[in-house]
Write a protein that binds this ligand. Sequence first.
Ligand code: MG
Ligand code: MG
Length: 268
Amino acid sequence: MGTAEQNIIVKTSTEIEVMQQANSIVAGVLQMLQQEMRPGLTTRQMDRWAHDYCRDHGAVPAFLGYRGFPASLCVSINEQIVHGIPSKKVKVREGDIVSVDFGTVYNGFYGDSAVTIPVGKIPAHKEKLLKVTQEALERGIKQVRIGNRIADVSAAVQSYAEEHGFSVVRQFVGHGIGSDLHEAPEVPNYVQNQPSPRIVEGLVIAIEPMINIGTANVKVLKDGWTVITADKKPSAHFEHSVAATKNGPLVLSRRQEELEKKQELQEL
Ligand code: MG
Ligand code: MG
């Protein structure tokens, strides 16, 4: 008989520093994609830029070849939720929302983060979806406190998303992260009726809400990878890698752009 805490590998502060470096390269990739996003760009070009940036910064793209995934970057447009495969045939268009998910390995440790990027001007319902999903992630991050449980993270994400009329994907969840990309514990974006692990110092998790405008149900396309919403309504995905420290949650994958936005809000 195990406990809910079984198999969780906590990290030392030195290991967390290495993970911060791995994640800062991920953040650099995502911020570059935010800056470069425009109508007509192919998803293959995004993948190339991500791969090259990662290599130029001394890291290895974590998703390339992972369980056979054929690219470095996952690119999922509109009703695609996660695991979209980049292609030279796919160009993004004005009004699309594009979820980009990237991972690195650096000095033996993984980084993992995702962001959903608007292409040009997007309709109001998509704008609201992005805002709510990003805020749901922030609510989840705030719960990464020693003594809390993973279920506190799940509840914060779920309640915020559902209060705004959206649904939470069940089939895919966040995860522990460290010297493996996916470690214990699972970090669901909804509350499960089962014991939930305690958050202890040195726990590092990737929190990654996948939030849908319509049904929570998903389908997988014939390529064996791309996950879409069953009703083909839009979906958003935001992810950060977060360490539990004595001083509270430490987000390892913050983008410069996010820090500047927070600074602006504080100065208002
Ligand atoms: Mg990811
Ligand atoms: Mg992840």
